[in-house]
Design a protein around this ligand. Structure first.
Ligand SMILES: [Zn+2]
Length: 234
């Protein structure tokens, strides 16, 4: 998972490093494979590129040109408040070097990303920490964001990423709400791979955070499992 799109040459270097060791897949492929792991048909490692929060910078024209040229189909997790500001102000997004929160992509830019082969998942309604909340908080944040995004973008929203993504940012109540709301899978930021025989819940899938300073070597080390078990899942 990325938050911001790295410079073109850095992202291209990451993708090339991934392709030396793995196949790049899209959301549809991942969901098919989760449903029927026996039909995967390859022993090669597979990587789905995701972006969290939905910053405008990630889906700029140049970024979409780049992902089309590299034939990458990222999954972008967006907050529903970005497509309908009446839903409230998102909490605790990242800050850029200038101390400002980068702008979120409005609906036209999200539609452009869809046309470029990206898919869109939910990152809750207002970037909610799913570690705590009432039933109605979770309903509004998890089920509500799915409905808002599906209506606004006219596509099914099948996946969710928990904001902040650590264990303490998820809860049994949130996972139950994700399942009840009709999502097919949900992602944390616990490092690791979904291996054959993976038995954890499809609603608590692991992901590796790509740090902004990473080059191809760090990507390679990460794919080799060098970071699995790092104490990031707290
Ligand atoms: Zn986030």
């Amino acid at each position: 998972v990325y938050h911001l799109m790295p410079p073109d040459h850095v992202f291209q270097g990451h993708i090339e490093a991934i392709r030396e060791r793995a196949d790049l897949i899209d959301e549809a492929y991942l969901l098919r494979t989760l449903a029927a792991p026996d039909r995967k048909g390859t022993s090669r490692c597979q990587v789905l590129v995701t972006f969290d929060d939905g910053y405008l910078q990630c889906v700029s024209e140049s970024s979409l040109v780049l992902t089309r040229r590299l034939d990458v189909h990222p999954l972008l997790f967006v907050v529903a408040a970005a497509v309908d500001p009446r839903l409230g102000a998102p909490h605790r997004l990242i800050k850029a070097r200038d101390g400002m929160v980068p702008p979120l992509a409005p609906i036209d830019d999200l539609r452009a990303a869809l046309r470029s082969g990206w898919t869109i998942g939910s990152h809750t309604t207002t970037h909610w920490d799913c570690g705590a909340g009432t039933d109605s908080d979770f309903h509004w944040q998890i089920s509500g964001s799915k409905e808002v995004l599906e209506r606004a973008l006219d596509v099914p929203v099948r996946t969710l990423a928990y904001p902040f993504g650590r264990r303490r940012n998820t809860s049994d109540k949130a996972v139950a709400c994700v399942r009840r709301s009709g999502y097919v899978a949900a992602f944390t930021t616990r490092r690791g791979v979904i291996a054959d025989g993976f038995e954890a819940s499809p609603f608590l899938l692991p992901r590796d955070v790509v740090e902004p300073w990473w080059g191809p070597q760090e990507i390679a080390g990460c794919l080799a499992g060098g970071l699995d078990g790092m104490p990031a899942w707290r």
